[in-house]
Design a protein. Structure first.
Length: 95
């Protein structure tokens, strides 16, 4: 059975968007980027442990194409893309 994530991993040149909710320092987006996956990292600077300075520093240091979105998921929000084949939200599980 076809699954978009299987296709992405086996064909890394495909540029599909992935969203990481509660991204912290953007570890997932940064690790997926070499596989051709466009990461959208979403976190709240008011509750992020370093005010999202860490994710911005890593993005600059690695010349990453990762897109950083500052938003509060407890309030009204809009996703940056219409559809994501994969959503990661491990950062929300333990908070």
């Amino acid at each position: 059975m076809y699954h978009p994530c299987d296709y992405t991993v086996s064909h890394p040149s495909v540029n599909v968007p992935v969203v990481d909710l509660g991204a912290a320092d953007g570890d997932f987006a940064l690790r997926l980027e070499p596989m051709g996956i466009q990461g959208h990292s979403i976190d709240n600077p008011l509750t992020n442990f370093n005010g999202m300075l860490g994710i911005k520093a890593l993005q600059a240091a690695r010349a990453s194409r990762m897109t950083i979105h500052e938003m509060d998921l407890d309030d009204r929000f809009e996703f940056p893309e219409r559809q994501f084949p994969l959503a990661i939200c491990t950062g929300l599980i333990y908070h």
